[in-house]
Structure formats: C-alpha cells, structure tokens
Design a protein around this ligand. Structure first.
Ligand code: TA6
Length: 296
C-alpha cells in the first residue's frame, strides 16, 4: 500500500496485489483505478474529469451518501464524494473481509460545519481490498453516532463506472423479470422483459430488489464483470448516451460509448418512493460489493 500525490496534488493510495492494482483518492474516498494483471484499466474515468473539489471525480466508484439522487437541500448524490476522507490505521475489525490481501481503510466523519448541513453524526468506514485474483472489493459500514440517540435515515450507493469497449456490444445479465423505475419515464414502474439488457440509447433505470450476482458482458473484449453484492438491494443501470454526454462538462462527447455506470444501492428492497433506510443510534449498516473480471 503506497500513499502518494495524485492529480492536482490530491492524495491517493495505491494497492498492489501480484500484478493487479487499484487506486483510491482520499478526496471522496473515490476509487479511480482497478487494473487487472495485464495492466488493463477496468474502470472508466472521463478524460475531462476535473479532480478538483468540490466537483466529484467523473468516473471510477463515487460513494453516494447520505442520499442518492437530487432531492432535498443536499447536493446530488449527497456530500461523501465531495469530502476528504482519512486513512484509519486501526479500525474495528471488518468481520466479513479477511485482511490477508492488499487493503486500505478510509473513514469519513462530519465536522461541526458539516453537521449544520446534515444534522447527524456518523462514522462511515470504507475498506477497499484487492484480492489475490485481482478482485476488487468495497465494504462500507455506516454507524450512527448521534449523541442524542436520534436515528437518522439515509441512502447509500457505489456509483460504479465500468470501462467497456463498445456499449452497443454490452449485455447485462441477472436483471431479467426484475421490476425497475424508469428515470426517463417519470420513474414509472415496469418489469424487465428482455433476456438481458442491451443498449441502443440513453438508459437510467432503478432495479428494485435485485439478485446478489449480476454480470456485465463486454462482447468485444470477451470480458465479463461479475458483480456480487451484500446488503445492497437496488441497482441502477445508467448510460447517458450522446445528448446527455454533450451536456456534461466533465464528460467527453463520445465517452458514453466506452462506459457503463452500474450503481449498487442500499435502499429498502422494492421501495418505489425510495424511502431511505433508518439507522438507530450505535447500530451499523453495511454494504459490500466485489467485482471480478472473468474472460468469457
Ligand atoms: O445513474 C443515476 C444518476 O442519477 C443519473 O441520472 C445521472 O445523473 C448520474 O446519476 C450521474 O449523476 P452525477 O451527479 O454524478 O452527475
């Protein structure tokens, strides 16, 4: 594990395991690189990503907390991806993740100022692990440390951007027959009919209560991303396509062809209004994903 200066002098941590590697910026607790043992980059980061607070880095794995989406007085997808996290050298043990692999523990806690915007105290622990086979695992634990004992509600998501060779040659398997809310049709609820999701235009769908294992197949590269998740019932599939791509200053006009954003959400399964999770004082909620690259 190596700590060094990244783009614009922002601090980042590099994890290496055999020949694979991962990088995470303390800004946002944001994974920006996951390379396989051939040195191929598996995550998408826009060539126009700004790496400049307060704008979130466009690509990689933004952490969305305490909200997903743009409702209320908080910025879109909450503030966790816009804050500087710290490295925690001796965190409470993560029961689910053995630590004989390359890993780093990050923590985010509110400052007095933060509490003015979101009146709760919390400890958000994020462990990024690179497995011996090059698997990338993110495990989050969010603890309510409100001294007044008040519970708080929140939603949380890993907003992952995968690098794909050509979005029109990508299939997502594992969401067949699952219900989804279509963000492009007033969040109306539909049931996925296809035997896989393919992409011919903009897609922005929130699948509710999804299976724990989902596959993203990149035909051209003969590569499959196998996503396994725990404690994250919902999943968003998003590709901005050309029009939206042009409208984003930190996104190249043609980059939509080479990315797929697949977000894993912590929300009560099947919630249509997206009612957030309630976290009681001192209790901890965890959500984990592991991403494996398989040659298909
Ligand atoms: O994928 C869900 C979504 O809310 C999309 O509608 C799009 O806005 C995307 O997230 C990116 O949001 P961001 O705030 O990172 O530009």
């Amino acid at each position: 594990v190596e700590i060094c200066k990244g783009i614009n002098g922002l601090e980042k941590v590099i994890l290496r395991e055999v020949r694979s590697s991962a990088e995470v910026y303390l800004y946002g607790g944001h994974v920006t690189s996951w390379k396989n043992d051939h040195g191929e980059e598996l995550l998408f980061v826009s060539s126009k990503a700004q790496f400049k607070p307060p704008k979130a880095i466009r690509g990689g794995i933004p952490i969305c907390f305490p909200q997903f989406g743009g409702q209320g007085n908080l910025e879109q997808h909450g503030f966790a991806r816009n804050k500087i996290w710290s490295i925690e050298s001796d965190p409470p043990p993560f029961p689910t993740v053995n630590s004989n692999k390359a890993f780093v523990d990050l923590i985010l806690k509110p400052t007095e100022d933060d509490i003015k915007t979101w009146p709760h105290s919390y400890e958000f622990r994020l462990r990024i692990t690179l497995g011996p086979g090059g698997d990338l695992m993110l495990t989050s634990r969010i603890r309510n440390t409100n001294t007044d004992g008040k519970p708080f509600t929140f939603t949380f998501a890993y907003h992952t951007y995968f690098s794909v060779s050509d979005i029109s040659e990508v299939r997502v398997e594992g969401l067949e027959t699952i219900d989804y809310l279509d963000n492009l049709q007033n969040r109306e609820r539909f049931t996925e009919q296809g035997d896989a999701i393919t992409f011919e235009g903009e897609v922005d769908k929130v699948y509710v209560s999804t299976p724990t294992k989902i596959a993203i197949l990149d035909h051209e590269k003969k590569r499959t991303f196998v996503l396994r998740k725990d404690g994250l019932p919902d999943a968003v599939v998003w590709n901005p396509w050309d029009k939206k791509a042009k409208a984003m200053a930190d996104f190249g006009d043609d980059e939509y062809k080479h990315m797929l954003s697949f977000q894993l959400l912590q929300r009560p399964a099947g919630s249509t209004k997206g009612s957030p999770v309630q976290l009681k004082k001192d209790s901890i909620l965890s959500g984990a994903i592991s991403c494996t690259e398989c040659m298909s």
